[in-house]
Design a protein around this ligand. Structure first.
Ligand SMILES: C[S@@+](CC[C@H](N)C(=O)[O-])C[C@H]1O[C@@H](n2cnc3c(N)ncnc32)[C@H](O)[C@@H]1O
Length: 455
């Protein structure tokens, strides 16, 4: 009996009994739980085609098992997800549970940063770019350092640039978190009142609801980053080694940010809860890498300007970055509290920041375009011929059509693809990623894969 022109009932039954995943992937590969987006399936498919079984076990982003062996990604993410303070909303808790394999693992969750990549997606992209241990990758707008941390874990040497000194500090501290000694951190937690008082005296406390913009350290950012020996309050033993000290300082700044925004807990209670969470996170990732520490690759985050990169021509194996998507997120506004404490002149920094330059929206748009043109020229210059530059970017069409006064605007993704062409970067593939959530004005973002011409 035929149910349509093409299929018999029997054929229909056979078709519906087919497991699509088994068509896409070899039987011995088991996907990670919570793989629920089309772009993830695509990246997983490419990984299965590009990586050997051993490489999937070590560096795969979307597989939990190869035969009966668990992958490192599964081990890094499994167990209790990020330990959140008790008072955290159930929405936040459920977010971390349902995103356990996507974000918040390793040291990625140490400091909240808006506009951060999904680390799992970055791992997948680094694999799909064909980058292997020993190769190098650059993120010229590293933000909180997601690319660098993933690269470290995967054995890929990484370089990062950001115009914000706070990003450089945050990234370095997250990288150091992979190997920081935990005994002094635990001692600090035992003596957390002293540690809290130490930083309170050194840095101060935020005033709720007010943005503090003090130039406390004579414009010398790093004076806040160094432990002072001749200080009235002494930190517990070994807490002044740079890796430990910076993690404690990051926890203090994190808690200051929270207590500025919310009064559910005192500043000290926030600090204690955050320090506990930091120690938990650091111990968890170090446990997975115990005995394999030498596989963690070197990462070099720097403060700088993506429009003028401090690297030689044709020296990098791959580039991954995400520019500010538009003029929607004022990163300096978000970080003004910390930057203020670090003594950064926010107005001077604003002049270097892509997306923030210009007074009117039209000026901002034009400057954004010319800045991105310079950045793509630089990316092309430092990239080895034939290698890939991947840009993750979304478009806020409503905002753009208001600025340009027309309905059919060219999205930022299209703008970058066009600019890339002038700099020997040709489009290979554009993968769409849906953005869910009611608060988001953008509906999708794109993984734009460009390839530098071979000669
Ligand atoms: C979308 S965020 C990147 C977030 C990052 N992918 C992450 O995972 O955290 C864009 C970053 O570009 C940085 N930025 C803006 N202008 C820059 C410039 N001229 N040079 C380097 N970085 C810049 C901002 O400070 C911000 O951190």
């Amino acid at each position: 009996l035929s149910i349509s022109n093409q299929l018999t009932y029997r054929e229909m039954g056979d078709l519906l009994a087919t497991n699509v995943f088994q068509r896409l992937f070899p039987m011995h590969l088991g996907l990670v739980p919570q793989l629920n987006e089309v772009y993830e399936l695509e990246l997983a498919f490419f990984e299965s085609q590009i990586l050997s079984d051993e490489e999937i076990i070590r560096n795969g982003a979307y597989f939990a098992q190869v035969g009966d062996r668990l992958t490192r990604h599964f081990l890094i993410c499994s167990g209790e997800p990020v330990r959140l303070p008790q008072h955290s909303s159930s929405r936040l808790k459920s977010f971390f549970q349902s995103n356990q394999f996507k974000t918040g693992y390793a040291t990625h969750g140490l400091f909240p940063y808006r506009g951060k990549f999904h680390p799992q997606m970055i791992k997948g992209i680094l694999n799909v770019m064909g980058l292997k241990p020993g190769d190098s990758v650059l993120d010229p707008m590293m933000g909180s350092g997601t690319v660098l941390i993933e690269a470290c874990l995967m054995g890929i040497k990484s370089f990062g640039i950001d115009s914000s000194p706070f990003c450089r500090f945050m990234t370095q501290t997250k990288i150091d978190g992979l190997t920081v000694p935990t005994a002094p951190l635990k001692l600090a937690l035992k003596n957390c009142e002293t540690v809290f008082d130490y930083f309170k005296l050194l840095i101060g406390v935020p005033e709720q609801g007010s943005k503090i913009n003090l130039t406390k350290f004579d414009n010398n950012i790093w004076s806040a980053m160094e432990s002072s020996v001749d200080y009235q309050i002494q930190l517990p033993d070994d807490c002044d080694s740079p890796k430990v000290y910076n993690l404690l300082l990051l926890a203090y700044l994190d808690s200051a940010g929270y207590s500025e925004r919310s009064n559910r807990k005192t500043h000290f209670e926030q600090f204690k809860a955050i320090l506990e969470r930091y120690i938990f996170v650091v111990e968890k990732i170090q446990h997975v890498f115990a005995g394999a520490e030498e596989e963690i690759a070197e990462a070099i985050p720097s403060e700088g300007d993506a429009r003028s990169l401090p690297y030689e021509n044709s020296c990098i194996d791959g580039i991954v970055f995400s520019p500010p998507y538009s003029f929607a997120i004022d990163y300096l506004e978000n970080d003004s509290f910390h930057l203020g404490y670090m003594g950064v002149d926010i107005n001077l920094l604003r002049e270097k920041m892509v997306g923030l330059r210009g007074r009117t929206l039209r000026q901002k748009y034009d400057l954004y375009k010319s800045d991105m043109d310079k950045i793509l020229a630089e990316c092309s210059r430092v990239l080895k011929p034939g290698k890939l530059c991947v840009i993750v970017v979304g478009t806020n069409s409503n905002q753009l059509s208001k600025i340009l006064g027309t309905k059919n605007v060219q999205g930022i993704d299209e703008m970058l693809i066009q600019l890339g062409k002038f700099h020997n970067l040709a489009l290979v593939r554009k993968i769409e990623r849906q953005i869910t959530g009611m608060a988001n004005t953008m509906r999708s973002e794109f993984i734009v894969i460009l390839q530098k011409s071979k000669c």
